[in-house]
Design a protein. Structure first.
Length: 142
């Protein structure tokens, strides 16, 4: 809108999801919620990434982690600052980010949702809206 970008991505499943797909999908959703909960003014970008890394570590998922939690977005699709343990930029109201932690298993595939959020004085406002549950994102084969 007006030259600004947003991201909205969803992992989808074709066919019936296996138990392992469901497990990883649920963890991906929980990791994204962990990032949403950690995101507010006065934290740093590194703090948000660390919160998700703690979630992955507590659940034995570090081998499935391949990237940072997200990045700023605006006139370009990928902008600094990055939600990464190496980026100590303070989060401030008015900043816009994507939140997109994913899990990747070679034998199953990758699961990642990306939502665009606006930092508000009290937390975040999620700007993107699309179903995120596994049932809505499963394409059944007959």
């Amino acid at each position: 809108m007006w030259g600004y970008n947003a991201e909205l991505e969803r992992a989808m499943i074709i066919g019936s999801p296996t138990d392992e797909m469901r497990r990883l999908f649920d963890h991906m959703l929980s990791a994204q919620q962990t990032a949403f909960d950690a995101f507010r003014p006065c934290v740093t970008c590194a703090d948000v990434d660390r919160a998700v890394l703690r979630y992955f570590e507590a659940n034995g998922l570090l081998p499935y982690w391949k990237q940072h939690v997200g990045h700023a977005i605006g006139l370009r699709n990928h902008e600094a600052p990055f939600l990464d343990v190496g980026d100590h930029t303070p989060v401030e109201p008015g900043m816009v980010f994507t939140i997109e932690p994913g899990v990747y298993a070679p034998e199953v595939g990758g699961f990642r949702h990306s939502d665009t959020v606006l930092v508000t004085p009290d937390g975040i406002e999620i700007l993107t809206d699309y179903p995120s549950d596994i049932e809505s994102l499963t394409i059944r084969r007959e």
